[in-house]
Design a protein around this ligand. Structure first.
Ligand code: EPU
Length: 491
């Protein structure tokens, strides 16, 4: 029961990928058969007795399928939601104070609901409605609920805030996932440098520290600086004794947004947005009201949709630096954009795109989270394009499904080579992870004929009201409950 309700992610994904026949995955009544819901019976029992019902927090769409009629003309205005990857660390950082934290523009996404659920279970008073989250971590106790932690890798963002506030934390070690190995050695190295004792046993990582002490450390790794690792160390350092200097800090806008929020709470963080951050520890942080930045990956996804579908879309104007690399490279290769006082207009219908040779890089480079939707666009451009994935060299789970729709794509190590233009054809596809999901939505919308997309719950983790937003610009699609071969509805 608990397993089903916590359903949203990578465990299901493995099951889907494990489907060697490549037939659509129809879900199962127990998609998380390898999760151990009985490992913390006391906590589970207490959650039940308190009437905490995950279903009220996490929308389970794991057994839904999307039917898309491709090739329909699109056009109009799209609203861009608040950033998931800014919201998750901001929610975790609310643990750093016993005063009230209000976050605005919080997207209603399953990953956000998981984080809210974890905070609630730790003892926070929370309300989350209409894009506003009010959190008060007046008294917190215990460890993050393992069932939820296992469902969402971003729960690793709790390590830094909890060790700073509680002086200890113990939680399941996040595993790898379909986009590749995702170790946390850099997070742990940073926490150790601040004075934490770390132990790993039976799949649990535990960190404790009498006093965190400022020091100089690096968050750089073989694939660039770690984003959530930087977030963890920033949070821990705000309440450490003395000054911490973080070299090779991730410069992603979501990290900068967190720093601005923490400074409003009384933290003393210098160098925001740069690769060296200086954090002077303070005794305590206080409450804050903070608006999250817009989701640059959602913005980029709609921008790519406009170009791939040769539509004109009007997106709200965002800080140009958020999507600078994407806009620059597309403009240099024939995309037409126009900025009005309020809107960023993508003239997909006028653009004459040339093939491109791209690579993903840490910010301010081209984001890895747009690599999959970019592949969908590149299938529509005459000539040979390539895209090298430098952050997660195996993040190509979408390629097999694109090939099944007729795309001419091959991979060579961490590089995808795309030969276009190809008329994609609608078929049944399976979404293996969130950004691959965005790619397959785009592909289905530009394909000839009908596509059936399975695994839409992955998209619900990261794109707020995606189906509705698409319908508003003319897409013809609908979700359906998956019906098993025996005619029974999956519930
Ligand atoms: N890495 C290590 N050791 C570590 C941490 C990371 O080797 O201790 C490696 C990773 O394996 C990867 C690279 O460093 O090859 C970058 O990983 P990073 O830690 O920066 O990723 P993350 O913090 O876990 C965040 C986003 C991801 C996004 C990446 C890269 C959140 C919640 N997640 O993940 O977003 O792809 O940064 O920009 O902020 C998504 O939204 O779909 C998503 C996956």
């Amino acid at each position: 029961m608990l397993n089903r309700m916590c359903n949203s992610d990578p465990v299901t994904t493995q099951a889907e990928l494990g489907n060697a026949s490549n037939e659509p995955y129809y879900g199962s009544s127990s998609p998380h058969a390898d999760s151990d819901s009985t490992s913390h019976p006391a906590r589970y029992a207490s959650a039940q007795s308190e009437g905490l019902n995950f279903a009220t927090h996490v929308k389970d769409h794991s057994v839904q399928m999307l039917r898309v009629q491709g090739g329909r003309p699109l056009g109009g205005r799209v609203r861009i939601s608040g950033s998931k990857n800014a919201g998750l660390p901001a929610l975790a950082a609310s643990l750093l104070t016993d005063e009230s934290v209000t976050l605005h523009r919080v997207p209603a996404l399953n990953d956000i609901r998981f984080m809210v659920r974890i905070l609630e279970d730790l003892g926070c008073e929370i309300s989350f409605k209409a894009g506003e989250a009010h959190i008060r971590a007046r008294e917190i106790d215990g460890d993050p609920f393992p069932e939820c932690v296992r469902q969402m890798r971003a729960s690793v963002c709790l390590l830094g805030p909890l060790v700073a506030r509680m002086k200890r934390v113990s939680m399941p070690l996040p595993g790898g996932c379909v986009i590749g190995q995702r170790p946390i050695d850099l997070h742990l190295r940073g926490l150790k440098a601040l004075g934490c004792e770390i132990s790993i046993q039976n799949g649990l990582v535990s960190a404790s520290a009498g006093h965190l002490k400022g020091t100089t450390l690096s968050m750089g790794g073989p694939f660039g600086s770690t984003v959530t690792g930087t977030v963890n160390i920033i949070c821990a350092a705000t309440l450490a004794q003395g000054t911490t200097v973080i070299r090779d800090a991730a410069r992603e806008p979501e990290v900068a947004d967190l720093c601005r929020m923490l400074n409003k709470m009384g933290a003393k963080i210098g160098g925001i947005g740069e690769s060296t951050l200086t954090i002077e520890g303070v005794e305590r942080l206080h409450g804050v009201s903070h608006e999250l930045i817009p989701d640059r990956i959602e913005f980029g996804t709609f921008l790519l949709l406009a170009l791939a579908s040769r539509s004109k879309l009007e997106l709200p104007k965002v800080d140009p630096s958020l999507c600078g690399a994407l806009v620059d490279v597309l403009a240099a290769n024939g995309a037409e954009f126009e900025e009005t006082s309020d809107f960023f207009v993508v003239h997909g219908n006028r653009s004459n795109l040339r093939p491109m040779c791209l690579e993903t890089l840490p910010f301010p480079g081209l984001p890895t989270d747009l690599q999959a939707p970019l592949c969908a666009l590149l299938t529509q451009i005459f000539g040979e394009s390539s895209i090298k994935e430098n952050i997660y060299p195996n993040r190509f789970t979408h390629i097999g499904e694109l090939q099944r729709m007729g795309a001419n794509i091959s991979t060579d190590g961490p590089q995808a080579i795309i030969r276009g233009a190809t008329q994609l054809s609608g078929t049944s596809v399976i979404i293996p992870d969130l950004r691959a999901g965005a790619c397959l939505y785009l592909a289905a919308l530009i394909a000839k004929g009908e596509s059936l997309i399975y695994g839409v719950h992955h998209v619900d983790r990261g794109y707020e009201n995606f189906d509705e937003k698409l319908k508003q610009i003319g897409a013809v699609l609908q979700r359906e409950e998956v019906v098993r071969e025996n005619g029974c509805k999956e519930i």
